[in-house]
Design a protein around this ligand. Structure first.
Ligand SMILES: Cc1ncc(COP(=O)(O)O)c(C=O)c1O
Length: 413
């Protein structure tokens, strides 16, 4: 049984915050000067339970997607016991927040100091690597440890992903054999991992990657104990409606079952985005309007890094009744800093009468939004409130609704 984080002495969600029903509208009525972050613990809890119950293996949370200690506590309370950490600071954070959690250090290029601290001070036993050089580092830094789980990261295609992770890491097919054989000689347990890219829109991505895994295992003729399919599981954004997550899980399960590995081999995943995208949103204020451009008080150096740099489209919702004849029009946003790069092209559809002093909510910022916020140019602070209303989009809500309908039916019968 997993211990509830409160039992571990974790601080409850800050008491300075209040629960606000119909969160966005109520926040706008208070006319806050700075952006207000809305967190929805129930949404993260629902996502965690979904993975714990339905993914046919172990789900480790990829901490980089959102390292909020409150969020870590929610995921832990809902059954996520393992954490994919990719820096020593993330390892320290997880161990300070959840002392009983297991950290796996899944960055393929680490400093020897980080490996040594993780191994000797934080009990980390699982590391990823994609080169012989990194293998040497791990052996040196752990002083020849014999209790390691070492996951060799294969390079796989990001062709189905909205955000590629296909260039930086991963050993090529031609070099995989040598690395797998060498790692097998050092590792207590040998794993193979990959990442198909973030926001992957088709289960075929995992099926194809698993074929690369099969080829690597056959080629190297090694015994493999762990298959880690990485992250990449999609959330819902405007213009991006992914297939149901169960279809991804079924594809992965089928491929895993057909690999030439022993019955005792384990299946792991490292979801980041899909566990926290629905967790938070932000309420922003319009400070100026210039044509179809809105100057707002959050931006590229705040929670909208992806909107600025890779054109990510987040859902937006005006927090007042629009004029009755105002149709939606497409807007772009300028953030609060003095930098031309602080620009979010969108388009973001809002009622045509949106103007200075209006508030709107930008949704689905729980993954790689909140985590990217800086204090550049003096911006970046702001209140956080906890809300129990639904996120603007959800890949899990339909599931819950169906569940509810089913149980209601049972009661009626
Ligand atoms: C090694 C690793 N695992 C997991 C993740 C999480 O990916 P996602 O947020 O797409 O699920 C990332 C993201 O960069 C990663 O680099």
């Amino acid at each position: 049984m997993h211990q509830h984080p409160r039992a571990l002495g974790l601080a409850p969600l800050s008491t300075a915050r209040s629960a606000i029903p119909g969160a966005g509208i109520d926040i706008a009525k208070r006319r806050p000067v700075d952006p207000v972050t809305i967190v929805r613990p129930h949404a993260a809890a629902r996502a965690a339970r979904f993975f714990v119950e339905k993914f046919p293996g172990r789900s480790m949370y990829a901490v980089k997607a959102n390292p909020s200690p409150d969020l870590l506590g929610i995921l832990w309370a809902n059954g996520i016991t393992h954490y994919d950490t990719a820096s020593i600071a993330e390892v320290r954070l997880v161990k300070a927040t959840l002392p009983d959690a297991t950290c796996c250090f899944m960055h393929p290029v680490k400093s020897e100091e980080a490996i040594a601290e993780a191994y000797f001070q934080h009990d980390v036993r699982t590391f990823s690597l994609d080169s012989l050089e990194e293998l040497d580092k791990i052996v040196r830094a752990t002083e020849g440890a014999t209790d390691l789980t070492l996951c060799v990261r294969l390079r796989v295609s990001s062709e189905y992903a909205k955000l590629s992770l296909g260039s930086k890491f991963g050993v090529s097919h031609t070099e995989a054999k040598e690395l797998l054989v060498a790692t097998r000689q050092v590792a207590d347990a040998l794993g193979i991992c990959f990442h198909v890219g973030s926001q992957t829109m088709s289960p075929d991505a995992y099926a194809n990657a698993m074929e690369r895994v099969r080829a690597a295992i056959v080629d190297a003729a090694v015994t493999v104990d762990v298959i880690d399919v990485g992250g990449g599981f999609p959330s819902a954004y405007p213009g991006m409606t992914p297939p149901p997550l169960e279809r991804f899980f079924e594809t992965i399960h089928r491929a895993f079952e057909s690999l030439p590995i022993s019955y005792s081999a384990e299946l792991w995943a490292e979801p980041g985005r899909s566990l926290c995208a629905e967790y938070s949103s932000v309420v922003v204020r319009v400070e100026r309007r210039r044509g179809n451009e809105l100057y707002i008080n959050d931006g590229a150096y705040g929670t909208l890094f992806d909107a600025a740099h890779i054109g990510w489209k987040y859902p937006v919702q005006l927090l007042r009744e629009p004029d009755s004849d105002a149709r939606d029009m497409d807007f772009s946003f300028w953030g609060p800093t003095c930098d031309d790069l602080d620009f979010m092209q969108g388009p973001f559809p809002l009622p045509a009468d949106t103007s200075t002093g209006d508030y709107f909510e930008i949704g689905m910022l729980g993954a790689y939004g909140a985590a990217m916020r800086t204090a550049f140019n003096g911006f970046g602070s702001g209140e956080t409130v906890v809300a129990g209303d639904e996120p603007m989009l959800s890949v899990y809500r339909e599931q819950d609704d169906m569940q509810e309908r089913r149980s209601t039916n049972v009661v009626k019968l």
